[in-house]
Design a protein around this ligand. Structure first.
Ligand code: GDP
Length: 600
């Protein structure tokens, strides 16, 4: 497409054939363009402006609301800008080096035990404080929204409560949250998932505000809840500590202003900043493929300004911002730092937590994705696993700061002494840190936490859940299971000192029967053997068994078929075997051939 862009006015809703007339192209062309964007439509179907605008833009038109002068079509044909690929991808995310930093709204996540009122709180804040935009559209759930605090300052709320989402994003390398609100119901008090949430937030190094909810409930006990907080080393300010705790009733809307005030106060300590004058960088909060609109992704901008028409790269997906919608459902053409927006125009659904960046053209973005995909394919399955012994190496190389441990045990009584002992194993070089300890099986949330924190999981008298096991394998996280406390301590101690021996497992290759013995002088003999089961490899170990008793165990030093040295001998064949340091074979001996394999 090389024609210059032509402005065109398109109504809020238009029939496909009318759009074709308007643009002076055939309906088939429109339908083809729609299909390219994942939308299946018929000639008589009504499509909305956003969708029509996408097609019009693709066909070289500039739909009504287009504000930017640079059209994507020009950009796509600027072939000499291709060389920018590498430099653009090296740009920093953090704006620390930028001089044009301005304050940006804090990004807040809400975590806590199930039914303690996270959703009610998010709904209450949204309905009472949401920042309305000029057009005042209908508030819609797009995974995040912006509300204003009592002083008029804006706060961005991530609308997916819970630590699963929080840590899943962190596991993908995305750290977006500036402040976490931990919701604890005053009638229930501190529950297992409250502790879990607190550990997840702590592991992320994100400051917390505790909201003690349901203070209106008949059996609410504020004092008891605060006392429980001290047990997890969160000492409320009125108890002499420095943990901000705000009593609220999410249901009745009490204490919400104070909560928002405190969130801003805590965020001010680290004053989040960004540069609105640069290209946008951010993460995907959620995404889905919609039959009508194609791929729709909710993005959260960490820095920069995103414009309609910008080309994006997002993990293994690329595309162009064809339409942008704010959290009020209004169509917008640009969005600044900390804004949550819905974007149409990516070619594929990116995973939550994936980072996006702007590129100079869609073509460059696409090529970069192709290169990345090729690279990944070439690297294949070689995913590095974080294990106790590799972790030491990483710490040594300065890649990891701490030896982070997620600890699970069958009973509370085993946890406390273990946490204490493990925390005390730190050396000058390695800081051992139990980032989460709880009773129960190893679950997916534990694995996510270990991934996000580059840690290992230790299970004492517990098993991993099937899903957790699968996820751990996929993500390369080690789950070490023990039934003797001392073994845990001794392994961590050795790992900390960088001396942990890798663990090996015996793998049987073959069972062989000695049928004839050939003596070669006094100290040498060949066992003329028959392979009953499996295959005998040359570089293996052999255990000679006689009447069920072990006679000798060492390496195979020689493997022959007739007079030739061979690399292996299969089932049903005869061969000559020599074993290191052994010549006393007897007919009828059984040889178990095996090798040792590293378990992780
Ligand atoms: P979530 O699982 O943490 O998202 O919890 P929800 O927001 O779904 O709330 C669980 C239940 O607690 C619902 O029945 C809410 O109506 C109720 N709830 C939430 N906040 C309050 C509150 O401040 N007071 C009382 N009494 N009930 C509440």
């Amino acid at each position: 497409m090389t024609q210059p862009t032509t402005p065109v006015r398109i109504p809020q809703a238009i029939i496909v054939s009318d759009l074709a007339d308007e643009l002076g192209v055939s309906s088939i062309d429109i339908i083809k363009e729609l299909m390219k964007n994942g939308v299946m439509a018929t000639i008589n179907q009504v499509i909305d402006f956003d969708t029509a605008a996408v097609v019009a833009t693709d066909l070289g038109f500039e739909p009504e609301e287009e504000e930017r002068e640079t059209s994507s079509i020009d950009l796509e044909n600027t072939s000499d800008s291709d060389t920018e690929t590498t430099t653009t991808s090296l740009r920093l995310v953090e704006d620390t080096a930028d001089t044009d930093l301005v304050n940006r709204p804090p990004i807040v996540a809400v975590l806590g035990h199930v039914d303690h009122g996270k959703t009610t709180l998010l709904d209450q804040i949204r309905s009472a404080n949401v920042v309305a935009s000029e057009a005042g559209g209908i508030t819609q759930h797009i995974g995040a929204y912006q509300a204003s605090g009592p002083d008029g300052r804006i706060i961005t709320f991530i609308d997916t409560p819970g630590h699963e989402a929080f840590t899943q994003m962190r596991a993908r390398g995305a750290q977006v949250t500036d402040v976490a609100i931990i919701v604890i119901a005053a009638d229930d008090g501190l529950m297992p998932q409250s502790r879990e949430a607190i550990d997840h937030v702590r592991a992320a190094g994100v400051p917390m505000v505790i909201a003690i909810n349901k203070i209106d409930a008949p059996n609410a006990d504020l004092e008891r809840t605060k006392t429980q907080l001290t047990e997890v080393e969160l000492v409320p300010e009125d108890f002499g500590g420095d943990q901000v705790v705000v009593p609220i009733s999410a249901l009745q809307g009490d204490g919400i202003d104070e909560l928002l005030d405190n969130v801003l106060l805590v965020s001010d300590l680290n004053q989040p900043k960004a540069n609105p004058d640069r290209d946008a960088v951010g993460i995907v909060l959620e995404s889905a493929s919609d039959r009508q609109r194609g791929v729709v992704a909710t993005l959260l901008l960490q820095t920069g300004t995103l414009h309609q028409g910008d080309a994006l790269i997002c993990g293994l997906t690329s595309g162009r911002v064809r339409a942008m919608i704010d959290h009020n459902g209004n169509r917008i053409t640009e969005a600044g730092p900390s804004s949550p927006i819905e974007v149409m125009g990516l070619s594929d659904v990116p995973p939550a937590g994936e980072r996006f960046e702007v590129r100079t053209s869609e073509k460059i973005a696409k090529r970069e994705v192709e290169d990345k995909a090729r690279l990944l394919a070439a690297e294949g399955e070689e995913r590095e696993t974080v294990t106790l012994d590799t972790l030491f190496g990483e710490i040594h190389k300065g890649n990891v700061q701490d030896m982070n441990i997620v600890l699970k045990a069958d009973v509370q009584g085993s946890l406390e002494p273990l946490v204490e002992t493990l925390d005390n194993l730190s050396t000058d070089e390695v800081n051992t840190k139990v980032i989460h300890a709880s009773v129960g099986t190893v679950n997916e949330s534990d694995v996510q936490l270990a991934v996000a924190s580059t840690g290992v999981i230790i299970g004492f008298n517990v098993q991993p859940e099937t899903g957790a096991k699968r996820l751990a394998e996929q993500e390369g996280v080690e789950i070490r299971l023990y039934d003797i406390i001392y073994d845990i301590i001794s392994d961590i101690e050795q790992a900390v000192q960088g001396m942990l021996e890798p663990t090996f497992e015996e793998n049987q290759d073959a069972i062989v029967e000695v049928r004839q013995v050939f003596r070669l002088g006094r100290r040498n003999a060949i066992a003329g053997s028959y392979v009953r089961e499996g295959t005998v490899p040359r570089n293996a170990k052999a255990r000679v068994m006689r009447d069920g008793e072990l006679v000798h165990d060492d390496d195979i030093s020689n493997l022959k078929r007739f007079t030739d040295d061979v690399r292996e001998v299969a089932t049903g064949l005869e061969c000559g075997i020599q074993i290191e340091g052994f010549s006393d074979f007897q007919e009828g001996d059984e040889i178990i051939v095996y090798h040792m394999e590293r378990t992780l």
